[in-house]
Design a protein around this ligand. Structure first.
Ligand SMILES: NC(=O)c1ccc[n+]([C@@H]2O[C@H](COP(=O)([O-])OP(=O)(O)OC[C@H]3O[C@@H](n4cnc5c(N)ncnc54)[C@H](OP(=O)(O)O)[C@@H]3O)[C@@H](O)[C@H]2O)c1
Length: 346
């Protein structure tokens, strides 16, 4: 399967190094000539989980360069979300007949791309594999995670299985027959665990020690869950059951809810939020495709999404340098929970 990996950052670089080393027919696309030249010179090196690999010879160019006659059966789109939206339409010319683009960003990207470019061209996918980029060409794999891929319309197709088999020698790939449900289950965690941790510059375990953190987590998660269910999503169980105990009128035994939260903390509670790293590096975040995506769909489907809207707004203010990520952000959000609750009672 002739493969092009677009975006040779933390995740794309890690997958690319392992794919080249495994002897797969893979070529790489960098953002600009300087990056391509630097990668050609440095080669790729991955350390960490999965063992060290080095590759000296990498075939890397710009997307435009590949337009002079190359065609790919698979294009793995490993840029950040906003870049994925911008670059994806330019990749259509590079697809072989029956070729597919596999975006691996969290949140709504695959759905948005499928709506604009056609579901026949877009698979869904996301990564449980964690990686960081030490410098261009040098990556560290952080865990033994996998890519989860599938058809956005559901079911398991021959083309999805072909993609999983093709990438298998490089990284673990699992196929889901309910990928949209899995994307949403992860999105619920991204909205609450990742974004909230970034806003208050803490891990989930730390912010859940405060009353404010508990309140805001619950409201954020439940808003996103209401949106998912309102658009007919059949949520897929990932690390935990995506539906908390007591949801939708069942009698909540508070202890059951707390133990459900503890399970989430056990899985995700000590991870430094990736969005916090974006803040620290003054990089644009992906919030518009995480909490912002929930807000857009909430507005369309008439589901209240005040907390996710407030969170999205705070993230934008931090991106602009107007605010800083501190614990105060959580208290501000908790005050809004109280205002809303009091408002609802009146
Ligand atoms: N890293 C992880 O552990 C992880 C885990 C789960 C999910 N994800 C998701 O995976 C996606 C990628 O994450 P990441 O951490 O690998 O990001 P990253 O390190 O920022 O890598 C993205 C790469 O894409 C490049 N790029 C941007 N526009 C491009 C274009 N038009 N053509 C070619 N290359 C382009 C960037 O180049 P510049 O450096 O020039 O901008 C950068 O090298 C994100 O959506 C992230 O949320 C990541």
């Amino acid at each position: 399967m002739q493969t092009l990996i677009v975006g040779i950052g933390a995740l794309g670089g890690t997958i690319a190094a392992r794919a080249v080393r495994a002897g797969l027919p893979v070529r790489l696309a960098a953002r600009n000539t300087d990056s391509a030249v630097a990668l050609r010179r440095s080669g790729l090196r991955v350390t960490g989980t999965g063992g060290e690999v080095r590759t000296d010879a990498v075939d890397v160019a710009l997307i435009e360069d590949y337009k002079k006659g190359s065609q790919f059966d698979l294009i793995l789109l490993a840029t950040k979300a906003h870049d994925a939206l911008e670059v994806a339409p330019h990749l259509l010319d590079l697809l072989a007949p029956c070729g597919v683009i596999l975006p691996i960003q969290n949140g709504g990207i695959a759905r948005v791309l499928a709506d604009s470019l056609g579901e026949d061209k877009i698979l869904g996918g996301f990564s449980n594999l964690g990686a960081t980029m030490v410098e261009a060409g040098v990556y560290e794999q952080k865990n033994a995670g996998h890519l989860l891929i599938g058809e956005l319309a559901g079911g398991v197709s021959e083309r999805v299985e072909r993609v999983a088999r093709a990438l298998g020698p490089a990284i673990e790939v699992k196929v889901s027959s309910n990928l949209t449900g899995a994307i949403w289950s992860k999105l619920l965690i991204n909205c609450s665990v990742t974004t909230l941790g970034a806003l208050c510059s803490q891990t989930m375990r730390q912010y859940m020690e405060t009353e404010a953190g508990k309140k805001v987590f619950r409201r954020t998660y439940e808003e996103a869950l209401s949106v998912a269910l309102s658009i007919g999503t059949r949520l897929e169980r990932l690390a935990v059951d995506p539906i908390p105990p007591g949801w939708a009128g069942n009698v909540t035994v508070e202890k059951c809810y707390e133990s459900w939260v503890e399970t989430i903390i056990a899985f995700y509670g000590d991870v430094k939020p990736s969005m916090l790293q974006d803040f620290e590096r003054s990089r644009k975040t992906e919030v518009d495709f995480i909490n912002g995506y929930v807000v857009t769909l909430g507005h369309t489907s008439g589901v209240p999404v005040h907390m996710n809207a407030a969170i999205t707004n705070l993230v934008h203010q931090i991106e602009r340098g107007v605010l800083q990520p501190t614990r105060e952000r959580m208290n501000e959000l908790a005050d809004q929970t109280c205002e809303r609750t009091c408002g609802n009672r009146n």
